[in-house]
Design a protein around this ligand. Structure first.
Ligand code: SF4
Length: 352
């Protein structure tokens, strides 16, 4: 039987984008409809990304000590969350951290620094680190996340070998003023535009669970589609004690799944990344979410711990997925399915 969501997936695959009403219907699917939504969104995921999961690794170059007042952020001015606080990692330390993530299976390293935006010296530092990282790991994809950009900074990062720039819009324009007052939604959009104009792949996403309405979640996804964000991190609010959002628990695992599915329907061919809050909010539905999203962070987040990297990789394997760029993925892409030439019918031992 063809479900409404299946039909919607057919339409999207045939090239007709979803409307805001369609997106709202996905977001408001009932528990009974949840698996139909996942199956339909999963068809879009597989059409564009097959069974590959892109694995990203965060390197927190500078933590805390920020003068901006983003209410959701444990690093913001006024936050009493007892997080690690430090100023810039040395280049050696940054490369060591990045190497650990790459050895663990990551293909993209996200170099992140807290703060409103980078100074010229900060850009120098990151440019140097990016050059050194590319020399050591030529295939690595580097994404920088350093805050609001000034003129020419994106071009300098691009020239240094940085591939992408992350700057989340975080929420709908109509909700933005309630979560931060030290900068505007327009400031954020401006930085995404600067990154894009410089030839960096724009990475911009959102945080769900900030008191936004369904309509505002849809508004945010349509804005990201409009902005041309190539990769869309979907964070689920971790309400740190000592921040304005402490004790704000609005999300359920099913709701998180529907948010990811809605993102997939609105932006079917974009990288949808399950970002911060994955373990806490999706809980036992994490592996099901991989049928909708095609990217995760490996290991720890900026100021909170994630599940063990081995558990992430196991979850990917258990679901029948492969890590993007892994030997298995490359073999699959180069040759199609690996034909069995061992075990029954051969002189070789079986793979068991
Ligand atoms: S600018 Fe970045 S680091 Fe600073 S408070 Fe906002 S999100 Fe946190």
């Amino acid at each position: 039987m063809t479900t409404t969501f299946d039909q919607l997936a057919d339409d999207v695959l045939a090239g007709s984008p979803v409307t805001t009403d369609d997106a709202l219907a996905v977001l408001r699917a009932t528990d009974d409809e949840l698996m139909s939504v996942v199956a339909a969104a999963g068809r879009l995921r597989r059409a564009h990304f097959g069974n590959a999961v892109k694995v990203n690794y965060l390197v927190d170059l500078k933590s805390g000590l920020c003068q901006e007042n983003c209410g959701y952020c444990s690093q913001a001015v006024g936050s009493a969350a007892p997080i690690l606080k430090y100023s810039w990692l040395s280049q050696d330390a940054a490369l060591e951290q990045a190497g650990a993530g790459l050895n663990g299976g990551a293909s993209r390293v996200c170099m992140v620094a807290s703060g409103r935006g980078p100074s010229t010296r900060d850009i120098d530092k990151v440019a140097e680190m990016a050059g050194a990282l590319k020399q050591r790991h030529p295939d690595v994809e580097i994404c920088a996340c350093l805050g609001l950009l000034q003129d020419d900074q994106a071009e300098r990062l691009k020239a240094a070998g940085v591939d992408a720039y992350n700057h989340n819009i975080n929420t709908a324009e109509s909700h933005h003023h309630t979560i931060v007052q030290t900068h505007t939604y327009a400031d954020r959009v401006d930085t995404v535009g600067k990154a894009k104009a410089a030839g960096l792949s724009p990475c911009s996403g959102l945080i769900a669970g900030l008191g936004e309405s369904d309509e505002q979640l849809v508004e945010a996804l349509f804005a990201l589609r409009e902005l041309g964000s190539d990769s869309i991190p979907v964070n689920f609010l971790l309400p740190f004690d000592g921040t304005p959002f402490e004790n704000t628990w609005e999300l359920t695992p099913a709701r998180c799944l529907l948010i990811l599915a809605m993102a997939r329907f609105v932006c079917p061919d974009k990288e949808i990344r399950i970002a911060g809050g994955r373990e806490v909010h999706l809980r036992s539905l994490q592996s099901i979410a991989l049928h909708v999203a095609n990217s995760i962070f490996l290991g720890d987040y900026l100021t909170s711990e994630g599940q063990a990297a081995e558990a992430d990789l196991e979850m990917i394997r258990d679901g029948g997925f492969v890590v993007l760029g892994s030997e298995q993925d490359l073999a699959q892409r180069a040759e199609g399915p690996v034909i069995r030439r061992r075990g029954a019918g051969t002189d070789l031992l079986p793979n068991a």
